[in-house]
Design a protein around this ligand. Structure first.
Ligand SMILES: Cc1cc2nc3c(=O)[nH]c(=O)nc-3n(C[C@H](O)[C@H](O)[C@H](O)COP(=O)(O)OP(=O)(O)OC[C@H]3O[C@@H](n4cnc5c(N)ncnc54)[C@H](O)[C@@H]3O)c2cc1C
Length: 387
């Protein structure tokens, strides 16, 4: 379908597609098998300027917005969700700085992130604080000229590989939700170490690690925004990055559909191509309808966020894009395996990996149940007092 993208947006889409098809496709099965971080591909993305897609021109980026990011992420996810997650997680780590960083912080960190010279990561989750982010225990104790960080973050994408980390820690527990703050911590800072690297069901090319802080000193210049803004920084970041998770779902589902139509046109049973069976055609039709519906929602939400000066419905609609497209990715990849039959269950065929990869999209950046809670709450507020 024609989404009337601008020439610049088409250029980003084409560039990401070229990198994905030429560089990622030949190695995706190997990266998954070896659970290897895709450094070579990250370097290619850097050379192509893809890390700067939504960073402003002032800091060496392309100056695009949420839609441009979605276009790049979608194309990479079509080929490999693990690679796409590693790419997208750097944007997630950069967002708090893009949205709330001081001019000095932006000048210091964004040009390197935009060039892909240094990857970023975002650290909120802890062992006992997932959906309930307010339960985090990592503390940033105020000192004369900075903070002393103590605690452990869990399951941080790009952990160990990234150089720049935006971390949410408690600065004043007595203030409840206003007691957390966002800080920038660089790899190599004394007292900052990496813990366990996870072995995962899917997105195995991405790195998921523990971050361990033990009396790690962070200078006060590294505080993002003001003290107490940690959860606001987090929410506003996710508002802008959740459509990107939706775009991951769109790309992954499209990739599964591409593989499945090709397969169904070739596979013969009962002396007929299986695509001639109406049961298969209907499954494929439903897959295609869902992919297009997810894409239309993700692009509309991204455009709304980019073009509306004060997008009041942002949390609701970015949650909708994330939930809908990730549910589509799970359903479409599962149906893809069904159409491949037993071959779909085998590692030699790409849909096996795609189905394993899909699951994470319903879990990270806020589970789909939590997104539905947010959407439901917003609806309830909107209708309060309405007849
Ligand atoms: C591969 C991977 C990469 C990740 N990358 C990052 C990262 O880069 N940075 C980061 O900070 N975090 C990251 N995470 C963490 C991720 O965001 C959390 O896993 C997620 O927020 C859910 O938290 P949890 O796993 O602790 O589940 P829990 O919060 O324990 O939830 C368990 C179940 O209960 C449900 N549930 C919980 N509360 C409610 C409720 N109030 N209403 C309805 N249902 C509820 C959940 O939906 C879920 O089904 C990553 C996780 C994974 C697996």
């Amino acid at each position: 379908m024609n989404y009337f993208l601008t020439p610049e947006q088409k250029m980003i889409q084409d560039l990401a597609r070229k990198v994905a098809v030429e560089k990622v496709l030949p190695v995706r099965a190997e990266l998954d098998e070896k659970e290897e971080f895709p450094w070579e591909i990250m370097k290619v993305c850097a050379e192509a300027g893809l890390f700067g897609v939504s960073i402003s021109e002032e800091y060496g980026g392309f100056g695009g917005g949420v839609l441009e990011n979605c276009l790049a992420v979608e194309e990479m996810s079509r080929i490999c969700l693990g690679v796409a997650t590693s790419y997208a997680a750097s944007g997630l780590g950069a967002h708090p700085i893009m949205l709330y960083g001081s001019p000095e912080q932006k000048k210091k960190y964004l040009p390197d992130i935009a060039k892909g010279k240094r990857l970023a990561a975002f650290g909120l989750t802890e062992a006992d604080a997932g959906s309930d982010a307010s339960a985090i225990r990592t503390t940033a104790a105020r000192k004369a000229d900075g903070y002393l960080l103590n605690g452990t973050k869990q399951w941080i994408t790009n952990g160990g590989e990234a150089e720049i980390y935006t971390i949410i820690a408690i600065t004043d527990r007595s203030k409840g939700p206003r007691g957390a703050s966002a800080l920038i911590i660089e790899k190599g800072t004394p007292g900052f170490e990496f813990g366990k690297k996870e072995k995962k069901m899917g997105i195995r090319a991405s790195a998921t690690r523990e971050l361990v802080f033990q009396d790690c000193f962070v200078p006060k210049e590294n505080l993002i925004g003001k003290e107490g803004m940690g959860f606001i920084v987090t929410m506003r970041t996710f508002d802008r990055t959740r459509p990107g998770v939706g775009a991951q779902g769109v790309g992954l589902a499209q990739g599964a559909l591409d593989e499945t139509v090709r397969y169904a046109r070739e596979r013969e049973q009962f002396e007929k191509k299986i695509i001639s069976f109406q049961a298969i055609q209907h499954l494929l039709a439903d897959m295609a309808i869902q992919v297009e519906a997810a894409r239309a929602l993700v692009y509309s939400v991204a455009r709304y966020i980019d073009q509306e000066k004060n997008p009041k419905e942002i949390s609701k609609v970015s949650g909708m894009a994330k939930v809908f497209a990730s549910d589509v990715a799970m359903k479409v990849t599962t149906d893809a395996v069904q159409i491949f039959g037993g071959y779909g269950y085998m590692r030699e065929y790409p849909v096996e990996k795609m189905m394993r990869d899909a699951k994470i999209l319903q879990i990270f950046e806020g589970t789909n149940q939590i997104q539905r809670n947010i959407i439901g709450l917003e609806l309830s507020k909107e209708y309060a007092g309405k007849k």
